[in-house]
Each structure stands twice: as structure tokens, then as C-alpha cells.
Design a protein around this ligand. Structure first.
Ligand SMILES: C[S@@+](CC[C@H](N)C(=O)[O-])C[C@H]1O[C@@H](n2cnc3c(N)ncnc32)[C@H](O)[C@@H]1O
Length: 271
């Protein structure tokens, strides 16, 4: 969901010929081996992709923005013939690398040095990208406003500590102060533990910036994460319509319960 919307956001910025800066505050390693399940309590769990990208993998009936995203993910697997199941999955830096034009730039922040060095390897000899080891929240001060005068900032934290929401809102406040016309996208999980409502309340309190909220719930009664959301500040022209189409199709494809749902709504309306 996050990556399909991210690709659509980048494509919207690419409708103009001028380059833009992509900032990934929490970049990760750029590539994921899908056969590996997460480890929990020392026990390897089953891989999760069959209920995610696995459900889209062989589809040929997707609307344009989702088909565009899927083509990039398939291309990332780099095999001559499409394998029956996906093997590698691109993280946000590699997705953006695949679609960046010569005039676009990528600034990728990752706090863990080992992850950052894997990311550098995964990007190869890439002149448009710069990987920085450090706190991604500091990137807004270091990089905004960008010389390109256009930027897409993805804030995609792991939500491991209770303070995350406060840090996100503070970084956005600083970002908007320095660069009010930037496009900012914040991912958040929908669980009982992380209160999305308080994060959204924090976003509502930012200096008046049009904010669209897209979310999807694939299994309302799931014990842990049951869905996720993406808040987009300053969404590009007509992005709302595109987001609705993406989410409607994703909900049908990813539903794990009959009452799966999604919504796209304005948290702060356009002026
Ligand atoms: C959910 S992953 C990022 C996924 C990536 N954006 C993607 O879509 O492929 C979160 C990453 O953030 C890193 N991280 C955690 N806190 C951070 C911080 N304050 N600044 C930068 N990176 C951080 C973690 O090491 C982890 O690799």
C-alpha cells in the first residue's frame, strides 16, 4: 500500500520536467528476501509475502497506477522470465532508484550502519543517491529547502517507541517551516498499540497544510497489525482520485476478512 502510493506520488511529481529531491528518513536496506519470515520468540515464522505482494504477482487486470508499481517490483526480481512467486522485494530506496530520472535525486537516511552499508551495495554505483548514516529526523534541517525547489519526503519509522508520533510531528513542523510546499508522506501502522488517532491529531495541529489520509484495514479483528495508513501533506493535483482507485483495488486483493475496508479522506482540506 505504502509503495504503490509512493510510486504514484513520484510519478505525479515527474509530470513536470524539473527534478525533485526524494528524502527517505528511514530508508532500510533497500532489498528484502521474501522467503525469510520474521523471527518471533526465537522461532522462524512463515513468510508473509503470500498474503501481500504474492496476491498481486500474477495479476494482469490492475488499473494503471497499480500496474506501474507491480511492473517495478517484478523488474526488481531481474530474471528473464517472471517466476511463479516473487523472490526479492524492493524497499523504498530501490523503488525510487528504478523510477528516478537523471534530474531527480535521492537522499537516504538509515540509523543502523550495517543496514546502510547493505543499502549502498543494493544501490550499486548510483550517482543520484546519497546514503547517510544517522537520524532521519535531522534530514529536514539538513536538506530543506532543496535547490530543486521540489521534494518528496517519506517518513517511514519502525514505531518501536512511544515517542515516535511526537518526533514525526516535530520533524514535519520543522520541514513545513523550512519548505512549506514540499510533499510529505507519513506511514503508520493500524494496531491497538500505536494510537493512529493521536498521530493524526498532531498532524491536524500543524500549520495549515492540505493533508490527505489513506488507510486500509485488511483484517479488522487481527490480534496485531490489522492495516496501515499513509498521511500525505500537500498531495499533488488529483492524487486523491488516484489514491482511491489504488486503495479500492488493493482492498479487494489483500482482504483477509469479509469486512476489510479502506478510506481516503481529507484530514485538513484543500484551500
Ligand atoms: C520500516 S524500515 C524502512 C523501510 C523503507 N522505508 C522501505 O519502505 O523500504 C525502518 C528503518 O528505519 C531505521 N531507523 C530507525 N530509526 C531511525 C532513525 N531515527 N533515523 C533513521 N533510520 C532509522 C531502521 O534501522 C529500519 O531500517
Amino acid at each position: 500500500m505504502k509503495h504503490a502510493l509512493l510510486v504514484a506520488l513520484a510519478r505525479a511529481l515527474q509530470r513536470k520536467p524539473g527534478g525533485f529531491l526524494f528524502v527517505d528518513t528511514h530508508a532500510g536496506r533497500g532489498s528484502y528476501l521474501l522467503a525469510l519470515g520474521k523471527k518471533g520468540g526465537g522461532v522462524a515464522r512463515l513468510p508473509e509475502y503470500p498474503d501481500g505482494i504474492g496476491r498481486l504477482w500474477q495479476r494482469s487486470d490492475l488499473p494503471d497506477p497499480l500496474a506501474d508499481y507491480l511492473a517495478l517490483v517484478r523488474g526488481f526480481d531481474r530474471r528473464a522470465r517472471l517466476p511463479p512467486t516473487p523472490r526479492f522485494y524492493p524497499g523504498s530506496p530501490c523503488l525510487m532508484q528504478m523510477l528516478a530520472r537523471p534530474q531527480d535525486r535521492l537522499a537516504l537516511f538509515e540509523r543502523q550502519p550495517e543496514e546502510a552499508s547493505i543499502l549502498r551495495k543494493n544501490l550499486g554505483a548510483e550517482r543520484r543517491a546519497r546514503v547517510q548514516v544517522g537520524d532521519g529526523y535531522a534530514s529536514v534541517r539538513a536538506l530543506l529547502p532543496p535547490p530543486e525547489k521540489r521534494a518528496l519526503v517519506l517518513i517511514d519509522p519502525p514505531f518501536e517507541d512511544e515517542e515516535e508520533g511526537g518526533q514525526i510531528v516535530a520533524a514535519l513542523g520543522e520541514g513545513l517551516r523550512r519548505f512549506p510546499s514540499g510533499v510529505y508522506a507519513v506511514w503508520y501502522p493500524l494496531t491497538g498499540r500505536v494510537r493512529a488517532a493521536s498521530l493524526l491529531e498532531g498532524l491536524r495541529g500543524l500549520p495549515k497544510t492540505p493533508t490527505l489520509v489513506a488507510d486500509i484495514i485488511v483484517e479488522p479483528n487481527a490480534p496485531r497489525m490489522n492495516g496501515c495508513g499513509l498521511a500525505i501533506l500537500n498531495p499533488p493535483w488529483e492524487f486523491e482520485r488516484e489514491a482511491r482507485s489504488i486503495l479500492r483495488h488493493l482492498t479487494d486483493i489483500l482482504a483477509r476478512a469479509p469486512d476489510a475496508s479502506s478510506s481516503v479522506r481529507w484530514l485538513v482540506p484543500e484551500r
